[in-house]
Design a protein around this ligand. Structure first.
Ligand code: PEP
Ligand code: MN
Length: 340
């Protein structure tokens, strides 16, 4: 850490900073410039709190020089991590598409969805049994019965399932139902207790970006999971809030190369919750894969007009097929493959 003293700092104030650093077991180096003095703290700088140091008299600024995330950082793991999602790799050269309805509704809807997912060549299926809705009066998901329906329909087509965990108390049931990939939604990205719990299991976790979260907050949320021992984390950019009201959210394409630089873990995008309209899904999906994303989490409904949740943004089975062909062509140009 570097502590910048202000230009009126006294010798006594500099000594005070040095002694605080030493008390934490770090070395302190002093470098005196013409206008300012810099104090360098050498050692495990995570033991020092910049806010506490900044509150000391004579201190202008205290800056960390190493990143506050470690396990998820590319700095410590240069190669791309490839994560196994029940037999389907994601990361490195492997792109995976995950598709299915926003919400589990009925047995018939889930059977039709699973068939459509399979027919499009998609290898993993999504669907929410528990829905995080803005209004408590909106449909909240069919709950554990929905999870049973989902498991059966997906098993019939040999598809691993991806579903959102909203509540720590549901985790045992998720494990019993052998959920293949757990999704942590945008509203839960900083539910630290939930993150800690999924850090204790070995199942891949899709960590969606909080709708107003910075890249650094998102990486630290992932570090919560990783610190518990579960390193199978997939980041999902699902659109962020901006001043624009034309569309639901803004797909932050810029986040893709940035995340790829900062972390070795796979990064996918959700083109459905980004634009919020079915007609935007293909364009956003192509942009995401072209920008280097490792996959998609995309909403598809056998009959979008009748969807119980997010009807506007669901594509239909035929549109999913077309999209898969387009994305395969983009992946090929980039020397990557989809859905092996
Ligand atoms: C979802 O994928 O079903 C969902 C609710 O997404 P988000 O958390 O991104 O809103
Ligand atoms: Mn949805």
């Amino acid at each position: 850490m570097i502590i910048v003293m202000n230009n009126t700092a006294t010798e006594e104030q500099i000594e005070n900073v040095v002694s605080r650093i030493k008390k934490k077991g770090l070395e302190a180096t002093i470098s005196k410039g013409i206008e300012k003095t810099l104090v360098g703290a050498v050692g495990d700088e995570r033991l020092l709190d910049p806010e506490l140091l900044q509150a000391l008299p004579g201190v202008e600024q205290a800056l960390h020089i190493v990143k506050p995330y470690k396990i998820v950082a590319r700095e410590w793991h240069k190669e791309d991590s490839v994560i196994d999602m029940s037999g389907h790799p994601i990361g490195g050269k492997h792109i995976q598409i995950i598709s299915g309805p926003c919400s589990v509704e009925t047995t018939d809807q889930m059977e039709k969805s699973a068939k459509a997912v399979k027919a499009a060549g998609v290898k993993l299926m999504r669907g929410g049994a528990f829905k995080p809705r803005t209004s408590p009066y909106s449909f909240q998901g069919v709950g554990f019965d929905g999870l049973d329906m989902f498991r059966k329909a997906a098993d019939n087509e040999g598809l691993p399932i991806v579903t959102e965990l909203l509540d720590i108390r549901h985790l045992d049931k998720f494990l019993e139902q052998k959920v293949d990939v757990i999704q942590i939604g945008t509203r839960s990205m900083q539910n630290f207790e939930l993150l800690r719990e999924v850090g204790k299991v070995n199942i891949p976790i899709i960590l969606k970006r909080g709708m107003s979260a910075t890249i650094s907050e998102w990486l630290m949320a992932a570090e919560y999971i990783a610190a518990g021992g579960n390193h199978n984390i997939i980041f999902c950019e699902r659109g962020i809030r901006t001043f624009e009201t034309y569309y639901r959210n803004v797909l932050d394409v810029t986040a893709i190369p940035v995340l790829k630089k900062e972390t070795h873990l796979p990064v996918i995008i959700d083109p459905s919750h980004s634009g919020g309209k079915a007609w935007m899904v293909a364009a956003l999906s192509r942009a995401g894969i072209a920008a280097g994303a490792d996959g998609l989490l995309v909403e598809m409904h056998p009959n979008p007009c009748e969807a119980w949740c997010d009807a506007d943004q669901a594509i239909n089975p035929d549109e999913l097929k077309i999209l898969m062909n387009e994305l395969s062509a983009i992946a090929k140009i980039l020397g990557r493959t989809i859905s092996d």
